[in-house]
Design a protein around this ligand. Structure first.
Ligand SMILES: [Zn+2]
Ligand SMILES: [Zn+2]
Length: 165
């Protein structure tokens, strides 16, 4: 989505609002396509003292899979992004600068890139997901599995050995 910012380019105090839907259903991530709902992007561009600030938020619900227990779950995702728009490169600012092309900015491209960069490399159904038992494969979030009892006597024996040394 190309946004023409020329109407506010030299008018401090003016702003432009925008909103559009982004289709990222093709986006492959770890061999899956987690973005099956359209991504809603809302934002604004404002001229503040003749500097153009763009701010946007991309929001959707992902079809995620927990890396630890393999459970499928719905994950709310909100990605904020901001930058400064300029007609030419200015180097003294720390903000990310995006150059205008013929007075226009491709907000869809910015939102898409921000969203992809923000995808977590690790996905967990919850911060303290206990995962699956490496021996029997039981979901340890549902409670301890029966393997525990087999390990305990050996650990106890080992502890005894160490004590005797
Ligand atoms: Zn999990
Ligand atoms: Zn087990």
């Amino acid at each position: 989505m190309l946004i023409d910012v020329r109407p506010i380019l030299h008018t401090p105090g003016k702003r432009l609002d925008f909103q559009f839907a982004l289709d990222l259903s093709d986006l492959e991530f770890n061999g899956r396509t987690p973005v099956n709902e359209s991504v809603t992007v809302r934002g604004e561009i404002r001229n503040s003292a003749d500097v153009l600030h763009l701010e946007l938020t991309a929001e959707t619900t992902l079809d995620a899979v927990c890396d630890r227990c393999g459970k499928e779950f719905r994950q709310e995702k909100t990605v904020p992004y901001s930058c400064v728009l300029a007609e030419e490169v200015q180097s003294e600012d720390n903000d990310e600068i995006v150059l205008l092309e013929n007075g226009k900015v491709d907000a869809e491209d910015l939102a898409r890139t921000a969203f992809i960069l923000d995808m977590d490399t690790k996905t967990l159904c919850s911060e303290d997901c206990k995962g699956l038992c490496p021996r029997c494969g039981a979901d340890l979030n549902l409670g301890p599995c029966s393997c525990k009892k087999e390990i305990d006597p050996r650990m106890a024996a080992l502890a005894k050995l160490l004590e005797n040394n």
